[in-house]
Design a protein around this ligand. Structure first.
Ligand SMILES: [Fe+2]
Length: 321
């Protein structure tokens, strides 16, 4: 486990990063999207209850990102995020093994219902759709709704933990979920579920574990990195997507810090490019582009990338509802 002062800290929000780099006009401060959120890739903590008694070995891989059948009772949720190493570099091909109780709080102890594995993609993203787990008694108390995770990056040990949901009234009384410091600190494993409409809630959980994050050659041939927390954020940035989640149209704001050829492109979760929204020569400045989202584009997560001189300098994730 790395100590606090060896972890690299990254300014997650574009505005603050830009100010730190001294490359943007101060008027940006008044724009939407200013945030003080700092991404430091602190190691994902273990759950005090560990794996618990309900794991079944050798679960199947999740088919088409759907852990729960359409007919499964309960509130539909989509959980997605990135698997990263402790320096915030994405780790592809990480095995993400999940299992949880059904709507009534029961585990399938015979078969593999609500049990399955998925893998992080080339950019470290994972995603699955399921139902919000029901609660079950642990002694005299109900355990809060939770999803169990076994996370195994290529060639690294498995991290076993649990994920909880904000607003769950059984969290304060739970011996694991209520822990707010130390080895079993659950604070960053209690996520918000946001109503995406159509009765579906979405939650984001980023995972940081020991692993070999990828160093993507940005096209310069010298092995420099590109990615979510790119060192190339001195070249340009995405300021925001609105609305997000989006339906038929989304406005993307971005900045180009030096006169350059730039483009805004959209990728799906598999890394396929689905749109090239704007590609031209830009003078240094702030710009926006509106994307008329094709009606037949499948719902789900996408990421929008800003390319400067063919270098992907920044990504933001968007959700089509
Ligand atoms: Fe459990």
């Amino acid at each position: 486990m790395k100590t606090e002062n060896t972890r690299r800290k990254f300014l997650k929000n574009t505005t603050l990063s830009a100010l730190a780099l001294g490359v943007l006009p101060l008027t940006v401060l008044s724009k939407e999207g200013v945030s003080e959120e700092i991404q430091d890739c602190n190691e994902t903590t273990l759950d005090r209850y560990g794996q618990g008694p309900f794991y079944t070995a050798n679960p199947p891989s999740i088919d088409n990102k759907a852990l729960a059948r359409n007919a499964e009772a309960g509130t539909r949720i989509i959980i997605s995020g990135r698997v990263m190493d402790l320096d915030c570099n994405p780790i592809p091909d990480t095995l993400v093994d999940v299992w949880h109780a059904d709507d009534s709080g029961a585990y399938d102890s015979v078969g593999y219902n609500l049990r399955g594995t998925t893998k992080s993609n080339a950019q470290g993203f994972y995603e699955f759709e399921t139902i919000k787990p029901g609660k079950y008694l642990n002694g005299t108390k109900y355990r809060p709704s939770h999803i169990h995770f076994r996370i195994t990056p290529p060639g690294k040990p498995t991290v076993i933990t649990q994920l909880y949901f904000q607003g769950d009234t059984d969290i304060p009384g739970d011996a694991a979920a209520s822990i707010a410091s130390g080895t079993y600190d659950a604070t960053h494993r209690i996520i918000q579920l946001v109503d995406r409409g159509n009765g579906v809630f979405v939650g984001t959980w980023d995972i940081a574990v020991e692993g070999d994050g990828v160093t993507v050659d940005g096209g310069t041939g010298n092995g420099e990195k590109t990615g979510i927390y790119s060192i190339y954020q001195d070249k340009g940035m995405l300021y925001g997507l609105a609305p997000n989640p989006f339906q038929d149209q989304v406005k993307i704001e971005f900045g180009v810090f030096n006169s350059a050829q730039a483009s805004v492109v959209v990728f799906d979760m598999l890394g396929n490019q689905v749109a090239n929204l704007k590609e031209e020569h830009f003078e240094a400045g702030k710009y926006s582009v509106s994307w008329n989202v094709p009606a037949d584009l499948p719902t789900g997560s996408y990421f929008i990338a800003l390319k400067i001189n063919e270098l992907q300098v920044h990504y933001l994730k968007g959700i089509k509802m």
